[in-house]
Design a protein around this ligand. Structure first.
Ligand code: ZN
Length: 195
């Protein structure tokens, strides 16, 4: 403070000057941190990793066909949903209840499932036998539904064709699509989702 010229001290008292410098420093640091944050987010460094949400069709637990407010159900193809509901009504007479373990999914969620399967199986080729690519999956178009539990799967495999519902893949007894006219014959099973 002793080096300050008298005129400066008079017009700008030391206390106020220190406060002014302090505020300026805070503003500068805030701007710098903000700029870095923007740069990192743009670079994807700080962006949270993708995790599927209910709005993507993600189901933490099985739901029923009556859960019409859940995206996995509400975004199904109406014809498929109607057919599965009619089949479920008939199955209930036999004491069988349906659960939906997966329905409609966003392409992003489908991609996430595929990437997860690649990690699990250690190869894209094997993963594609279980999880179709987003541009091939009928879950993404709402034209496929996964049904559980086991007795419901067995019932649908035996009776689903009456409503046009067919198992499609030999390795996925839970996955059903509309694949024939009601009362028609289901097409031959494909070996897997890559087939
Ligand atoms: Zn499926």
């Amino acid at each position: 403070m002793s080096v300050l010229r008298p005129s400066l001290v008079r017009s700008n008292p030391p206390g106020r000057r220190v406060a002014f410098v302090a505020v300026g420093a805070v503003v500068a640091v805030t701007l710098a941190v903000g700029l870095w944050a923007v740069m990192f987010v743009q670079a994807g460094v700080l962006a949270a990793p993708y995790a599927p949400r209910v709005d993507d069709g993600f189901l933490a637990e099985p739901v029923t066909l009556g859960d019409a407010d859940v995206a996995a159900i509400s975004n199904l193809d109406p014809a498929l949903l109607a057919a599965v509901r009619e089949a479920e009504a008939a199955a209930s007479v036999d004491g069988v209840s349906f659960e939906v373990t997966s329905g409609w999914r966003t392409a992003r969620y489908q991609q996430w499932l595929l990437e997860d399967a690649v990690k699990k199986y250690g190869s894209t080729e094997i993963a594609l036998q279980w999880v179709a690519a987003p541009d091939r999956s009928h879950h993404v178009t709402g034209r496929a539904v996964d049904i559980g539990p086991l007795d419901a799967q067995s019932w649908l495999i035996a009776h689903g064709a009456a409503w046009g519902l067919c198992q499609i893949y030999a390795n996925e007894r839970w996955h059903f699509e509309l694949a024939t006219e009601p009362g028609g014959a289901c097409p031959a099973l494909l070996e897997n989702a890559a087939g």
